[in-house]
Design a protein around this ligand. Structure first.
Ligand code: ADP
Ligand code: MG
Length: 237
C-alpha cells in the first residue's frame, strides 16, 4: 500500500537548510499495524506528513496504492487525502465551538454530503466509539481520552484505507493510552492500515512492526515477534 524509495526532504528557513529525511526506504503492506519511534527531531512528523500528503518531498518516490504521489497541487492532494487517509494528532485538533457530532461530521461537509446524512453517519460512529451521549457536548466538556476517541471517529468517517496517528497518546495517561491502543488494534482488525508515531515503548510494543528513525534515516525495523524472542533470550542469558 505504501512504498517509499530514497525519500529526501529539507526545510529551508532564511538562508538555513535543514536536511531532515535523508533517504528513507520503506514498505508498508495493506492492513499492517506499524509504529514509528525515534527521538525528538529525528523526522517522524515530517515522514508522517509526507505519507499523509500534507507536505511534499524533494527527492525519491512515494507510491500510495500503486500511484506515484509527487508534486501534487493542493486540490489533488486533498482529493487523495479524503479518499485514502485519516489523521489523528496528539493535540486532537478538534474545533472548539462545534459539538462532538459536528466535529465528527466535518470531513463529510468537505465531501458535500448533506447535513442530515453526515450527522446520521457521525452519530453512528459516535455510537460505535461509546460517545453517543456526548454528541451535543463541546470538546472542552470531554476528557482527554474522549477527545481522542472523537478525533478517531472523525478520522474513520470518510472510510480511509489508512490511519496516520502522530503521537496520539502523547497527551493521555497510561491507562487511557492502552485503551486507545486497543481501539487502534480493533480498527486495524477491520482491515485499515494503521501507522502510529510514538515515543513510548509500551505503545510500540502493541504494534506488529517497529520502525526506528534516527537523524532522518531508518535505523532498524523490528517485527514484534522477533523483539519478544530477543527479550526472552536476554532474560535467559
Ligand atoms: P519529530 O517529529 O521526530 O520530533 P520533526 O519531523 O517534527 O521531528 O522535525 C525534524 C526536524 O525538522 C526538527 O529539527 C524540526 O525543528 C525541523 N522542522 C520540522 N518542521 C519544520 C518546518 N516546517 N520548517 C522548518 N523546520 C522544520
Ligand atoms: Mg513530531
Amino acid at each position: 500500500m505504501i512504498r517509499l524509495k530514497n525519500i529526501h526532504k529539507s526545510y529551508t528557513t532564511g538562508s538555513n537548510t535543514l536536511h531532515v529525511l535523508k533517504g528513507v526506504d520503506l514498505e508498508i503492506g495493506k492492513g499492517e499495524l506499524v509504529s514509528i519511534m525515534g527521538s525528538s527531531g529525528s523526522g517522524k512528523s515530517t515522514l508522517l506528513n509526507v505519507l499523509g500528503i500534507l507536505d511534499n518531498y524533494d527527492q525519491g518516490e512515494y507510491f500510495l496504492n500503486g500511484e506515484l504521489i509527487q508534486n501534487m497541487n493542493e486540490k489533488k492532494a486533498a482529493h487523495y487525502r479524503n479518499r485514502h487517509i485519516g489523521f489523528v494528532f496528539q493535540s486532537f485538533n478538534l474545533i472548539s465551538f462545534k459539538n462532538a457530532m459536528e466535529n465528527v461530521a466535518l470531513p463529510l461537509y468537505y465531501k458535500k454530503v448533506s447535513r442530515k446524512k453526515r450527522n446520521e453517519k457521525a452519530m453512528g460512529y459516535l455510537d460505535k466509539l461509546g460517545l453517543k451521549e456526548w454528541a451535543h457536548h463541546l470538546p472542552n466538556e470531554l476528557s482527554g481520552g474522549q477527545k481522542q476517541r472523537l478525533a478517531i471517529a472523525r478520522a474513520l468517517i470518510s472510510e480511509p484505507s489508512m490511519i496516520l496517528a502522530d503521537e496520539p497518546t502523547g497527551a493521555l495517561d497510561s491507562q487511557t493510552s492502552m485503551e486507545m491502543m486497543d481501539l487502534f488494534k480493533e480498527i486495524n482488525s477491520m482491515g485499515i492500515t494503521v501507522l502510529i508515531v510514538t515515543h513510548e515503548r509500551d505503545i510500540a510494543a502493541k504494534t506488529q512492526r517497529i520502525i526506528r528513525l534516527k537523524d532522518g534515516i531508518i535505523e532498524s525495523i523490528v517485527t514484534n515477534g522477533e523483539r519478544k524472542k530477543w527479550l526472552r533470550e536476554q532474560s535467559m542469558a
